[in-house]
Design a protein around this ligand. Sequence first.
Ligand code: CTP
Length: 408
Amino acid sequence: MNLQGKRIVLGVSGGIAAYKSADLASRLVKAGALVDVVMTPAAVQFVAPLTFQALTGRPVRVDMFAPDEDIAISHVALGQSADLMIIAPATANTIAKLAHGMADNLLTTTALAARCPILLAPAMEMHMWQNPATQANMALLRERGMYVIGPAEGRLASGGFGLGRMVEPPEILEEARRIIGLKGDLAGRRLLVTAGGTREALDPVRFIGNRSSGKMGYALAAAARDRGGQVVLVSGPTWLECPRGVERVLVESAQEMYEAVVHWAPGCEALVMSAAVADYRPKVRQEQKIKKTAGELVLELERTPDILGEVARRREEWGALAVLVGFAAETQQVEEYAREKLLRKGLDLIVANDVTAPDSGFEVDTNRVILISRAGSQALPLMTKEEVAHRIWDFVRDQLQASVQGRR
Ligand code: CTP
């Protein structure tokens, strides 16, 4: 969402990975960015400029001395008006030129004149990558503040296997979001998010779990990262990938989640508990697999620690933790039950949803929630979990600003 309306220069240099940059261009455009593609003459050997032009809906620049090009404008203005320049793939040759300030084609010239952050996605044959010359060039570029993603390990065009593949476009897109986000309204804020469901073991092979997928918590973590937040994500088991730039702590049981939250919360300014924490766990965890018998099996359950309750009790002592957000998954009297939880647990905000609705709650990408604070409540329309996440962070941002003013 933070790429909406942003100007991105995509520099494509001449390697086989250039074909993947077409996908990257398409993803950037879909994310709402205005994408200007600059190709080196070598890149044109791999992918036609027309491909990028069709994907971005904008002219593609290759030739610095084309008669219809306003030289002064194109090489200076492109990099200067951009929010981010991505060079993908960045070949060994282009990297060498960048490291030494050369400007012999439109891509290197644009990079030299650019005032925005530059992200490099190197791609080359593995021995070229390992070569001390390339490594020294990379060290120089990193030292000067260029961002680098990859290369990844895998099968290379040369037939070999090793480090040298360009990182896949979805990951480059995420890194672009992270870099753009560094100037966001949560810049530097230390934020703790919990996600997913917990598993309470019955024996070595079975557990009591719930239907939480973790999607809401992961959307919260990615959205905060996109706005510059430093996010720690305490997550129950899930197949979701950790958003780039987010520190993930994997846990299984409610007890482990409790310990992780109590460990990280004192250093954070806000906690958003979107995890579906088990309220009960088996009183005894059997060391060996439980064998079936002819009769019924009765399980005895005991309460798990109330994580939010404990954090709310200790927040004064921890000082920095200014905002506490909880979730309430309800099946009836949603607002009433949720407001009662807000007050009982000492929270600043509770995000209530009716998990019986088919388009809201577990395992889906959308949510229909009510944001309830002490000041009042706001029923939001059906929206993506990403949009819900941004609304929650809007609240957290305002509360953090208010708490600073309150302390003054
Ligand atoms: N939560 C928690 N620790 C627990 C259980 C829940 O911190 N042991 C948090 C959840 O992450 C969520 C909030 O408390 O943010 C509300 O959880 P929920 O289970 O809906 O509320 P309860 O107070 O347990 O009420 P009930 O089960 O009666 O609905």
